[in-house]
Write a protein that binds this ligand. Structure first.
Ligand code: FES
Length: 334
């Protein structure tokens, strides 16, 4: 029996390691050539301290209060030299990945499908060589644009562990990746993948969730919802998915499937175009039902273009809305 441990470093890089039953995180990391900060390895110095965001574990009682206080433990801080996981875990490591002699993963992938979904978005599917690439739902990778000597960043819309990864790509006229996908991409092309990265990922679910998606900012939510469809969820989840034009609404069949699979998930769509006949017009902020904010006892996840993210932040500020937690990602079309 082993557990998957996500180590999220200060520079946004994530590394996944396997931790055997009864093994400490520090030992497991070292075995897999990730040198986490340590000094004593004995629960004395506190050098190996991190923050465990998700998962079950045992810290034992052999460490000193000077290394980890009761208050720190209560806040979720852990000593990786003492921490023995009993489930998959997510740990924040307060140093850069390079300090741990590790770096972001690099893989080669093969294009398996390119499918225009609307004049605004393209779905790209790739098969990543080797073992399934670990990531947290919501995270992104850099995808090399073949022949351009450059990369672009995209969030997975697929489920972690799937050998075929998928992405929603904004179709930007003149854009490097859009140009490649529209003009020359074909199944079998090789693409370099670097990652995973990013702090926009689904945390342990402790209260209702409000998801706000703008355009192809839907992608990370599709990944999150796939995971929740498998794992189950006992909290209400509401999504507002906004686009510019009617035909920019894509992947609603996947949202419908999530609605069938997740006990208390629902979503509404919003279209900004004034000429649209859609029943909900305007921006996501116009359709934020007070009931979905649960008097602030809600975790909010927001992904969309910068103007949308800024508008939501401004709206929350002006309305005095202070969610229990707020996670957002701005994507820049390019
Ligand atoms: Fe010293 Fe963990 S390395 S307390």
């Amino acid at each position: 029996m082993s557990y998957s441990i996500a180590l999220n470093f200060e520079d946004g890089v994530s590394r996944f390691i396997e931790c055997n039953e009864g093994e400490t995180v520090l030992d497991a990391a070292y075995r897999q050539k990730v040198n986490l900060p340590m000094d004593c390895s004995d629960g004395v110095c506190g050098t190996c301290k991190g923050h465990c965001e998700q998962g079950d574990f045992d810290l034992g009682d052999e460490y000193l209060e000077e290394a980890l206080s009761e208050e720190e433990r209560h806040e979720g801080q852990v000593l990786t030299c003492q921490m023995v996981p009993s489930s998959d875990c997510v740990i924040q490591v307060p140093v850069a990945s390079t300090m741990c002699k590790t770096e972001v993963g690099k893989r080669t992938a093969t294009v398996s499908a390119v499918a225009p979904l609307s004049d605004d978005s393209i779905e790209l599917a790739i098969d990543i060589e080797g073992d399934a690439l670990g990531f947290l739902p919501g995270q992104y990778v850099h995808l090399e644009v073949p022949g351009a000597g450059a990369h672009r960043s995209y969030s997975f819309s697929s489920l972690p562990g799937d050998s075929r990864a998928s992405f929603l790509i904004r179709n930007v006229p003149g854009g490097l990746m859009s140009g490649y996908l529209g003009d020359t991409a074909k199944p079998g092309d090789q693409i370099a993948v670097t990652g995973p990265m990013g702090s926009f990922y689904l945390r342990a679910i402790q209260r209702p969730i409000l998801m706000l998606a703008g355009g192809t900012g839907l992608a990370p939510f599709l990944s999150m919802l796939k995971q929740l469809s498998e794992a189950g969820c006992d909290q209400p989840i509401h999504m507002i998915y906004g686009v510019t034009k009617d035909d920019h609404l894509v992947k609603c069949e996947e949202l419908d499937a999530a609605r069938d699979a997740i006990a208390d998930f629902d979503y509404v769509t919003v279209v900004a175009d004034e000429d649209s006949a859609h029943p909900r017009k305007g921006y996501v902020t116009h359709h934020m039902d007070d009931g979905k904010l649960h008097d602030g006892d809600v975790d909010v996840y927001l992904c969309g273009p910068p103007p949308m993210v800024d508008a939501v932040l401004k709206h929350f500020d002006s309305q005095g809305i202070k969610p229990a937690s707020f996670h957002y990602e701005k994507f820049t079309p390019n």
